[in-house]
Design a protein around this ligand. Structure first.
Ligand code: CAA
Length: 248
């Protein structure tokens, strides 16, 4: 349905959860090349092998998105194998939940470093190549938590930062045929969500009009659309997918 047969894509945090679902979705459309980046190399290698046993189209690359040196090395590897990056999906993210009055400096920084500076570090590695070739698709995974969520001052701040960054990069990149969008998943059935205490989870589900969590595939479908030429006139948007839990 989507033609990405001449596109090289990179997905961060691709070992499991939403990142893995995005990788699976891309593979269904047959990209020219797909690089799966993750901090956990064993996990992402296993994922890459499951998606492409030949190892020719899908590669695994170790990358700590919070560390500019690690990101530089990872993208050097991608360029060595595939020659360029056309599509970048910044999905890597962590939580360190806690009430703000108890939140440590380390909890705040760990989340900002991975969630926001990870996006910055990866975009910095691809933006000049995309500008030179006058083609690029950047999709940043934010969260509905950017609207505020008890216990997530750090996470909300990091995701809000992604959204401002997305809008500005979109405006700066339009004349170079690069689209930059963010997706704000609501409560998606992932390991991250399963770590929420049971009592909170019950309250969360009760306030969902659809009475269910979203699936990773539902997020991946939107990522696929925004990574394809079908969405060529959509840029700078921060799009919610939460089954009407959050409407903005
Ligand atoms: N508003 C204000 N205060 C609240 C509150 C609320 N909604 N809920 C609890 N509190 C208060 C409590 O009454 C308590 O007050 P006192 O200290 O005065 O007694 C205080 O906050 C602490 O409550 P707890 O003892 O329950 O605190 P805790 O430190 O053990 O846990 C928490 C707090 C970390 C926030 C925990 O409740 C939690 O993990 N909540 C879930 C957070 C969440 O929604 N995470 C989303 C993860 S999924 C994700 O992030 C993906 C995505 O993109 C959406």
């Amino acid at each position: 349905m989507y033609n990405i047969s001449n596109r090289i894509a990179v997905v961060t945090g691709a070992g499991k959860g939403i990142g893995r679902a995005i990788a699976e979705r891309f593979v269904k459309e047959g990209p020219e090349g797909l690089a799966l980046l993750d901090f956990d190399f064993d996990l992402v290698s296993k994922t890459a092998k499951e998606l492409d046993p030949t190892g020719k189209k899908v590669i695994a690359v170790k990358c700590n998105v919070a560390d500019p040196e690690s990101v530089k090395e990872a993208f050097a590897k991608v360029n060595e194998v595939f020659g360029r990056v056309d599509i970048l999906v910044n999905n890597a993210g962590i939580t360190r939940d806690g009430m703000f009055h108890k939140m440590t400096f380390e909890q705040m920084h760990a989340v900002m470093d991975v969630n926001f500076f990870g996006v910055y570090n990866c975009c910095a590695q691809v933006i000049n190549g995309m500008r030179e070739r006058a083609y690029g698709k950047i999709v940043n995974i934010s969260s509905t938590s950017s609207y505020g969520n008890v216990g997530q001052a750090n996470y909300s701040a990091s995701k809000g930062a992604i959204e401002g960054f997305t809008r500005t990069l979109a405006k700066e990149s339009g004349r170079k045929n690069i689209t930059v969008n963010a997706i704000l998943p609501g409560c998606i059935d992932t390991e991250m969500m399963r770590a929420v205490p049971e009592a909170n989870m019950k309250a969360i589900l009760a306030s969902h009009p659809m009475q269910r969590l979203g699936t990773v595939d539902e997020v991946a479908n939107l990522v696929m659309f925004l990574s394809s030429d079908e969405s060529s006139y959509i840029s700078g948007e921060c799009i919610i997918t939460s089954g009407s839990y959050i409407i903005h």
